[in-house]
Design a protein around this ligand. Sequence first.
Ligand code: FO1
Length: 308
Amino acid sequence: MIAALAGGVGAARFLEGLLAVVEPAEEEVVVIVNTGDDAVFHGLHVSPDLDIVLYTLAGLVDPRQGWGLRDDTYHGLEMLRRYGRETWFLLGDRDLATHIARTDLLRQGQTLSEVTERLRQALGLPVRLLPMTDDPVGTLVRTLDGLLPFQEYFVHRRAEPEVLEIVYGGMAEAKPAPGVLAALAEARAVLLCPSNPLVSLGTILTVPGVRPALRESRARRLAISPIVAGGTIKGPADRMMRGLGWEVSAFGVAQAYADLLDVMVIDQADRALAERIRGLGLEVVVTDTIMRDAEAKAALARTCLAAL
Ligand code: FO1
C-alpha cells in the first residue's frame, strides 16, 4: 500500500501521475487530505482540498484553475450577489451541488470521512480518500492585518498581508480520522505530495499523532519539493515561508520534514541544493518536477516510485 499526504492543486496533479503508473487494483493507494482550509460559505461546508483531489482524479476539474469543475457556470453566485451576499469565494453551480450534498449528510450526523467515501464512490475514484480528521479544525493566518481564516487570507486578500504566524485552530482536540494512523503504519511508502509545507502538509502533520506515526513508520518516506528555484508554481507557500523566516527553497522544505523523511525530490533547477539537503541526512533525487502535461506527471511519479 502507498499512502500520500495531500493538499490541493499540486498534490492532485502529482496524484494523477501516480495513478497513471500505479494500478490501484494491484497496489492500494490511500490519500490523506488536508481539511484545515475547510470553510463555511452561505451555510455550506466547503472542503477545497478534498474536492480538488476528488475532481482532479475523477477527470472533472477545471484544468486552468486546478480547482472547481470544468465548464461550470456561476448563476447561483450571481443570484447570491443580488441578495447582497459576499461572493469573493467563487462557487460554481455544479460545485455547489457537492457542498449541498456534503452539508446535508454532515447535518444528518455522518462524519466527514463517511461523506467523503460516499462522494468518492459516486465519482468512481479508484483510491481511498481520507480527510486528515473528522473534527472541526481551521487554519488561521496571523498577519499585519489581524488573524484571518485561510480562505479569507488566500482568496479574499490575495495572500497580500504579511504573514506573522500560522495558527492551527481546533487542533489540540482533533483526532486523526479513522484509517489515517493505520495507513501510515502499514504503508510500504508514504509520499508527501508537492504541497504547501506550512498550511497543507504542515496542517496534516499538526493533527495529534500524525507526525509521530510518520516518524516511527517503517515505510520509505519521500517528499517532492513544491518550491522550485525559490518560488511556488501555485499558491502562497513562498510568501508564507518568507514571512515566517524560513529559507524559501527546496532546502527550507527539506528542513521542515528532515525528522520524518528518507528521500527528498527536488527540481533540476535546484541541483545546487542537493549537497546541503544530504547534509540533513536525506537521500536526494534531482529530476524535472514541473508537471506541465500528463507525461511529465507520470514521469515524476515513476521517478519517485523508483526511489522507494
Ligand atoms: N481559489 C481561488 O483562488 N479563488 C476562489 O474563488 C476559489 C474558490 C474555490 C471554490 C471551491 C474549491 O473547492 C476551491 C476553491 N479555490 C479557490 C481553491 C482554494 O482556495 C485553494 O486552492 C485551496 O484551499 C488551497 O489548496
